[in-house]
Design a protein around this ligand. Structure first.
Ligand code: SAH
Length: 243
């Protein structure tokens, strides 16, 4: 039962449809990407339950519903160049790679980026470029982007990301304070944001600034405990955390 992944994916699709995800391309992509390969082995039995799960470095793989909703909000047609901030496990990256022309994804934890790179390349995704660094700076050498997805919660949208969004493009992400976040879409019309608010949510924090050396050299176990006290604790198991 636990490893009948295909039927679990089908059940997840039905659940996403029941919860209001309508875009058939998004649902198809969610049914194709093997989430069980993006969660830690100890969490595999929960791969298709609708919750965020802890990954290394005190971060989370986002809840399937939130991944589907954020992707739907991006309104991808297949021709877009997408910038993702917060590669994490690489799961959302894979869903984007299914639906867009190319994806540039930035993660501040080198170990997470490495693990994601292994998964994505073994699954055959060739339209993804992973970078390690501060996502607040975006990827100016690849701008403008038709779509930008931020998968960690910032109080304000980093200005460089808004600048790197093409006219007519859409930026999606969770914004607000720790206990008061909303998933928003901001479409750039005449250089100005036209904002839609979708659902309240709770994501791990967007952490500004370059990774400091201690983060790069310490093994993941030590970083996880240190990060927990830094207010970037792992997903709660109560189902509260979405991403
Ligand atoms: N999309 C991921 C979600 C990971 S959680 C998944 O489904 O697996 C959010 C990620 O954003 C974390 O991995 C965190 O390290 C990363 N992050 C937070 N602030 C960042 C920043 N300034 N630049 C790049 N990545 C950042």
């Amino acid at each position: 039962m636990t490893n009948d992944w295909r039927s679990q994916r089908r059940a997840m699709r039905k659940d996403l449809e029941r919860r209001g995800i309508r875009d058939q391309r998004v649902l198809d992509a969610m049914e194709r990407v093997p989430r069980e390969l993006f969660v830690p082995p100890a969490e595999q039995d929960l791969a298709y339950s609708d919750q965020a799960l802890p990954i290394d470095c005190g971060q989370t793989i986002s809840q399937p519903y939130m991944v589907a909703l954020m992707t739907e909000c991006l309104q991808l047609t297949g021709n877009e160049r997408v910038l993702e901030i917060g590669t994490g496990s690489g799961y959302q990256t894979a869903v984007l790679a299914e639906l867009a022309k190319e994806v540039v994804s930035i993660e501040r934890w080198p170990v997470l980026s490495r693990q994601a790179a292994q998964r994505l390349s073994s699954l055959g995704y060739r339209n993804v470029e992973l970078r390690v660094g501060d996502g607040a700076l975006g990827a100016p050498d690849r701008a403008p982007f038709d779509r930008i997805l931020i998968t960690a919660a910032a109080e304000q949208c980093p200005p460089a990301l808004w600048e790197q969004l093409a006219e007519g493009g859409v930026l999606v992400g969770p914004f607000g304070e720790r206990d008061d976040q909303w998933l928003e879409s901001r479409r750039k019309i005449g250089g100005k944001p036209v904002v839609s608010y979708h659902v309240p949510c709770r994501f791990v924090p967007f952490v500004m600034g370059k990774p400091v050396p201690r983060e790069i050299v310490e093994p993941p176990e030590e970083r996880t405990s240190r990060e927990s006290t830094d207010n970037t604790g792992p997903a709660s198991r109560s189902g509260e955390q979405n991403g």
